[in-house]
Design a protein around this ligand. Structure first.
Ligand code: 6LW
Length: 530
C-alpha cells in the first residue's frame, strides 16, 4: 500500500496532474508522411500529409492525444479528384494544409501534375470529400486563413518569402492583389506558411532551408495581418542543422504546423527523417511526421521542446494517452478492397486488381506497364516504416510467357528499385530473380530455378542492406537469393525525390501482351521499432 501511494505521489509530482502521462516515440507517423498539417475539433485531432503520385491521395489521420494516430482514409479517392495518370515520380500532390471552419473541414493543396492549387471540403474527415475547387493563385504550399472580419485569405510562398491573397472560396478567385508580407530570415526555399492569431498578434510561421539537412522553422508576428512582421529574435525555433543536431539520427526538421490541445498546451507537428545510422547521410523512409511540445507564453514567442530539437525517445509529459487497437501484422486480403495503408502508383487500372475473384486473396494481373516507366503499372504498395523490418508474401503465379513476372519490389522511384519476382527463363523454366534497377545500372543480381506455381518471398531490411529469400510452395524452407543489396542506392540522397521506399506487390509483362494473373494469399509486415 505504502509503495502504491508513493508511486502515485511521484506520478502526480512528475506530470503535474493525474491525467498527464510521460513520454512518446518519434516519429508519430513513420514512413513517408511528409509536410504534415493538423487541426483540432473538440478532443479530436486530424492530420494530413502529402502523397505525390500515389493513389488515393492525401492520407487523413486521427488522434485523441497527438501521439497515437490511426489512418481514417484519404482526401482524394476518385479519379475525378486526382488526375495523376502521368505524374512524374515525386510529382502530383505537394504539401497540403487542413483546417476546420464553421463546421466544415478544408484541405488545400497543389497538384503539380495538373490543376495547381485547389481545396476540398467535407463534414466528416473520413470522407467523402468534395471534388476540388481550383484556386486562382499560383505557387505551392497553400494555407487558408479566416480573419475575424470573415474575409478569407490564401497564404503561400511567393518564391522569395510569403504572400497573402484575399480569395472567394465560393469561386476560388482572388478578390484582391497578393501582398508580400514577410521575406523570412534569408534562408533559401521559404515554404509552408501558416498563420495563427494569438494574444492580439498574427503569428506567421514558415519553413526555410529546403526540405533537407539545412531545413528549419522560423516565425514572425504583427498586429496587422498584412504586416509589417517582426522576426522572432530566437529564430530558427526548430532545426537540426546546428551543433546540437549534428549527430542526431533525426535530420531535416522543418515544415511545421501548430495546434493547441484542449488543456491549453501547444504542440508542433513537422517533417524530418531518420538517417540509416547517426551521421550517415542516407535516409530510406522518406520524410516522416514528428511531434514536439511547444512552450508559448502569453504575448511571447513559441519555444519548441526547450532547445528547438527533438529525439526519437521524447521524455516529456503528454496528453492523456488514447492508444488505438493494434493493427495486425498479417493481411489476408479478406476485404473487398485494399486497407488504407495500401497505395497504387498513379490512378489504378482497376481491371488489373480483384479482392473477390478468389476469396482471401489479392489478384494482380500482369500488364505491359513496367515500374521503370511513368505509367500505371499493376502495383499495390505500402510504406517501409522502419530501417529494420521483414516483409513476406505467399504468391501463386503462372506466367503466360517468358516476358511475364510477378512478386515484390522495394520501390523508391521509377529509376531506383530492387525487384524480387517469379517468372520463366528463355528456356521456359520457372525461375525466381532479383533485379537491380538504379538508373542506367540494370542487371539481374541473382536467379534460381523453382518448382513454379506457389512461392513465398521474404525481404529482410537492415539499415545497411536488404536481404532477399524465396521458398518453394506454401511451406518450404527459405533460401537466400543473391547477396544483400546496399540500402544507400535506394536512399533519397541517391535516388532524389520527395517520397520514401514502398514495399510493393506487382506484376508485369514488360511491354508484351499480358494475360498472367498473380494471386497474393497473404502479406506479412513486421517493422522492428527497437
Ligand atoms: C513541399 C515543399 C517542399 O510542397 O517540398 O522542399 C514539397 N519543400 O514544402 C514537397 O514535399
Amino acid at each position: 500500500m505504502k509503495r502504491q501511494l508513493l508511486t502515485l505521489i511521484c506520478a502526480v509530482f512528475m506530470c503535474g496532474s493525474l491525467d498527464a502521462q510521460q513520454g512518446y516515440r518519434n516519429p508519430i507517423i513513420p514512413g513517408f508522411n511528409p509536410d504534415p498539417s493538423v487541426c483540432r475539433v473538440g478532443d479530436d485531432f486530424y492530420l494530413v500529409t502529402s502523397s505525390f503520385e500515389y493513389f488515393p491521395g492525401l492520407p487523413i489521420y486521427h488522434s485523441r492525444d497527438l501521439v497515437n494516430w490511426r489512418q481514417i482514409g484519404h482526401c482524394l479517392t476518385r479519379d475525378s479528384q486526382l488526375p495523376v495518370q502521368n505524374a512524374a515520380s515525386s510529382g502530383g500532390l505537394f504539401a497540403p494544409s487542413i483546417r476546420y471552419h464553421d463546421g466544415i473541414f478544408y484541405v488545400v493543396c497543389t497538384n503539380m501534375s495538373g490543376g495547381g492549387n485547389f481545396f476540398c471540403t467535407a463534414t466528416d474527415p473520413a470522407g467523402p470529400w468534395s471534388d476540388p475547387v481550383r484556386v486562382q493563385v499560383g505557387g505551392i504550399d497553400p494555407d487558408i486563413f479566416w480573419d475575424d472580419d470573415g474575409q478569407t485569405y490564401f497564404v503561400n510562398p511567393s518564391g522569395r518569402g510569403i504572400r497573402i491573397t484575399p480569395v472567394d472560396l465560393a469561386t476560388g478567385r482572388a478578390t484582391g492583389p497578393a501582398r508580400q508580407v514577410w521575406d523570412g530570415t534569408g534562408g533559401r526555399w521559404p515554404e509552408a506558411p501558416h498563420i495563427y492569431k494569438k494574444d492580439g498578434f498574427y503569428y506567421l510561421m514558415m519553413a526555410e532551408g529546403g526540405t533537407e539537412y539545412a531545413h528549419c522553422e522560423t516565425i514572425a508576428r504583427s498586429r496587422d495581418l498584412m504586416g509589417p512582421y517582426d522576426s522572432c529574435p530566437m529564430n530558427p525555433i526548430l532545426t537540426h542543422c546546428n551543433y546540437v543536431g549534428q549527430s542526431n539520427l533525426i535530420q531535416g526538421a522543418g515544415h511545421a504546423d501548430m495546434v493547441q490541445a484542449p488543456d491549453g498546451s501547444w504542440w508542433m507537428v513537422f517533417l524530418a527523417y531518420r538517417t540509416t545510422s547517426p551521421g550517415s547521410y542516407h535516409h530510406l523512409l522518406g520524410r516522416e511526421t514528428y511531434l514536439a511540445p511547444v512552450d508559448w507564453p502569453e504575448g511571447g514567442w513559441p519555444q519548441v521542446n526547450g532547445n528547438g530539437t527533438v529525439s526519437v525517445d521524447m521524455n516529456v509529459p503528454t496528453l492523456p494517452l488514447h492508444p488505438w487497437p493494434a493493427v495486425s501484422a498479417v493481411d489476408e486480403f479478406e476485404g473487398e478492397a485494399p486497407g488504407v495503408e495500401w497505395q497504387w502508383l498513379r490512378n489504378p487500372l482497376r481491371e488489373n486488381y480483384s479482392f473477390t475473384e478468389r476469396r482471401g486473396s489479392l489478384r494482380i494481373s500482369a500488364s505491359p506497364a513496367t515500374l521503370d516507366a511513368i505509367g500505371q503499372p499493376s502495383f499495390l504498395g505500402r510504406r517501409q516504416t522502419e530501417n529494420s523490418f521483414s516483409a513476406e508474401t505467399l504468391m501463386s503465379f503462372t506466367p503466360a510467357s517468358a516476358s511475364e513476372q510477378a512478386g515484390m519490389t522495394l520501390y523508391q522511384n521509377n529509376n531506383h528499385h530492387y525487384d524480387l519476382t517469379a517468372g520463366r527463363n528463355e528456356a521456359g523454366d520457372p525461375v525466381v530473380r532479383l533485379r537491380v534497377k538504379l538508373g542506367m545500372i540494370d542487371y539481374i543480381a541473382a536467379e534460381h530455378p523453382y518448382r513454379g506455381g506457389d512461392v513465398r518471398f521474404r525481404i529482410e531490411g537492415t539499415p545497411r542492406a536488404y536481404n532477399f529469400f524465396f521458398a518453394d510452395g506454401t511451406r518450404g524452407e527459405f533460401t537466400r537469393l543473391g547477396e544483400g543489396l546496399d540500402t544507400r542506392y535506394l536512399s533519397t540522397e541517391t535516388a532524389g525525390g520527395f517520397t520514401g521506399v514502398m514495399i510493393g506487390l506487382w506484376a508485369t509483362s514488360n511491354g508484351a501482351p499480358a494475360s498472367g494473373k498473380a494471386y497474393f494469399e497473404r502479406f506479412e509486415y513486421r517493422p522492428d521499432t527497437e
